[in-house]
Design a protein around this ligand. Structure first.
Ligand code: 5GP
Ligand code: ZN
Length: 109
């Protein structure tokens, strides 16, 4: 989607600190990290919010890649937190589905 910030990051039109990419997902460092490790994982397909994601296969794929990135790429052995903000009331600011991976310190809940 041409006016989507995260689609522009996937296309390389806006620079990002890429940590992982494959045919289906792109992962990069959050520009305003809320933990020592704060990575965003996004599907390459433009889906505005989790509520718009109707495909269980895509959602399963996304969680599989998040699992791989957190454990094998970022090596967050001590643990981590996953966050998906949904719509304005949930704190979503960028309307391209993304999973936050937060780690690198003990996280208060
Ligand atoms: P949301 O609030 O939508 O769940 O999260 C959006 C996230 O995107 C925020 O944590 C914000 O810091 C991050 N973000 C916004 N603009 C950019 C950008 O241009 N580059 C990167 N790397 N992250 C961004
Ligand atoms: Zn997009």
């Amino acid at each position: 989607m041409s006016d989507c910030l995260f689609c522009k990051i996937i296309a390389g039109d806006i620079p990002s600190g890429k940590v992982y990419e494959d045919d289906d997902v792109f992962a990069f460092n959050d520009i305003h990290p809320k933990a020592p490790t704060h990575v965003l994982v996004i599907p390459k397909l433009h889906i505005p919010t989790l509520a718009d994601a109707k495909d269980p296969t895509l959602l399963g794929m996304l969680m599989d890649r998040v699992n791989h990135i957190a454990n094998d790429v970022l090596k967050l052995e001590a643990g981590y937190r996953l966050v998906i903000n949904v719509r304005e009331g949930g704190g979503q600011e960028v309307f391209h589905l993304h999973v936050h991976i937060l780690g690198g310190k003990k996280l208060p809940f």
